[in-house]
Design a protein around this ligand. Sequence first.
Ligand code: GDP
Length: 366
Amino acid sequence: GFNCGIVGLPNVGKSTLFNALTQTAAAQAANYPFCTIEPNVGRVAVPDPRLDKLCAIAKSQKEIPTQLEFVDIAGLVRGASKGEGLGNQFLANIREVDAIVHVLRCFEDDDIKHVEDSVDPVRDAEIIETELMLADLDSLERRVVALEKKAKGGDKDAKAQVEVMMPILAALRDGKPARTVAFDSEDERRIAKQLGLLTIKPVVYACNVEEASAADGNALSAKVAEMAAREGNSSVVISAAIEAEVAQLSSDEERAEFLETLGLSETGLTRVIRAGYDLLHLITFFTVGPKEARAWTVPKGAKAPQAAGVIHTDFEKGFIRAETISYDDFIACNGEAGAKETGKMRLEGKEYVVQDGDIFHFRFNV
Ligand code: GDP
């Protein structure tokens, strides 16, 4: 699976957000399988209204959404790259996630101490980014000299690695994260990914605002949005306090009603989950039958056999073809039978690139 690490300075609302996520996951656990929760890991359903429609049309007995994992990463403070706080532990945890949800405190509350003594989310974002950049710089500088020697000695892999490291080192020394370095070739991008850098991971800022600003954000979250736009990152507004309250409610109706009174159409959690999904360049395909309508996740660009492999490794090994109906055709033809009759079901082979919303039946040899 794919996962997002929740990071941020102390007292910005990370745990409140994470607990809301896991409570939501726990509430879902009755309906959906595989929602096992570890202390700092929560797996939540990715909300997708398309799945409801498919399920209704196909009259499937149940609906199984695809999931995304969140990891609560506590302990970052200024100086983490030098081992302050839980510095090293924290950095090791970030190394293992695919993307970062960076929670920023955008609410004023004199009762809740800010580690930097004032509320300034843009500064906070810079503190964390700086720690991550220092850690990356340190890690590359420790490796590059030995690699250069190997490269001079004729080691081709070392040479390729050095060529990718150099522009990243230059960026980091210039105070820019590794993700700002663009590589032309797929090979270079793969090598860059394998360097184990923290600032190469995609990031979304989650602006934790006071309850009254949950719908539209506030002046502080607007500043974060500006910063994110400058950096080419995205940001979402949430109220961790509201999320905590919503997570306590037991039925969908109660939740919808509560959100409506606050002028919200969906929870902030939903926005965070979607942002994480987009950040990871993930797309959804579906399998639809009388037993279940189910959503599955693949990276953008995945080919049909890889999608089959998400369901079962045997499906990938013995892949023959994928009977494919696009989401829009499925809806327009009112289901599989209609799509078949009107010639909207395609037979796709090994090289077919999965499109978001595809509905598949895989044919395979056992
Ligand atoms: P963490 O250290 O980042 O995990 O932060 P916590 O989630 O533990 O939150 C720190 C404190 O801030 C707790 O007392 C929360 O109840 C409080 N808090 C979190 N979000 C909000 C918010 O949106 N508004 C207010 N007023 N307090 C909040």
